[in-house]
Design a protein around this ligand. Structure first.
Ligand code: SF4
Length: 174
């Protein structure tokens, strides 16, 4: 039987396929359940989603309150993040070894854990600051140690059209 695998994937933060897991006090990004526009994009292009488990759930479960980066910048949480980062990199290497196309990691801007471009520094989550969240920092460190490169795309529902256009460009370049 002939295989019909596209061997095309993106890594994606778990809450983009299941918004139910977001912290108490933060709204859904778009609709309910998954972010439908992203699911449609991947389905249309025959691209798989490699879901990256939510590090905050691993640290403190579902019943957690929304909080800024200050709540998570501690060694205990970084250890949890490093463990998940290791699994992500391991999977990344498997994909590379089997000649997959990996478009990058779709993460969540604004999150104290999964942002790439900006998040919020203080416990109240009101002081916007540039740069990645704690989990993405740990993923980037691990990538550096392994001398690997991976593109990150920070999702923001308000910029949906521009975001999908960026992904489209990546896919058209394959
Ligand atoms: S920690 Fe990451 S995966 Fe978990 S809810 Fe926040 S942005 Fe989503």
């Amino acid at each position: 039987m002939q295989e019909t695998r596209s061997k095309k994937v993106f890594f994606i933060s778990e809450c983009l396929v299941n918004q139910n897991i977001r912290a108490h006090g933060v709204r859904n990004m778009r609709g309910e359940g998954p972010v439908a526009e992203l699911m449609e994009f991947f389905t249309k292009h025959g691209i798989g989603m490699s879901v990256v488990p939510c590090p905050e759930i691993a640290y403190e479960g579902l019943k957690r309150q929304a909080c800024g980066k200050a709540c998570y910048d501690n060694e205990e949480y970084r250890k949890v993040c490093r463990q998940i980062a290791e699994e992500v990199i391991k999977r990344y290497k498997y994909y590379l070894d089997d000649n997959y196309r990996i478009g990058g990691f779709i993460c969540v801007n604004g999150s104290p854990s999964c942002a790439i471009d900006y998040c919020y520094a203080d416990k109240e989550g009101t002081q916007k600051c540039k740069g990645p969240g704690i989990f993405i920092e740990e993923v980037q460190k691990k990538l550096g140690q392994e001398k690997l490169k991976l593109d990150f795309f920070g999702f923001r529902a308000k910029e949906m059209d521009a975001f999908l256009a960026t992904l489209e460009k990546v896919v058209q370049g394959w």
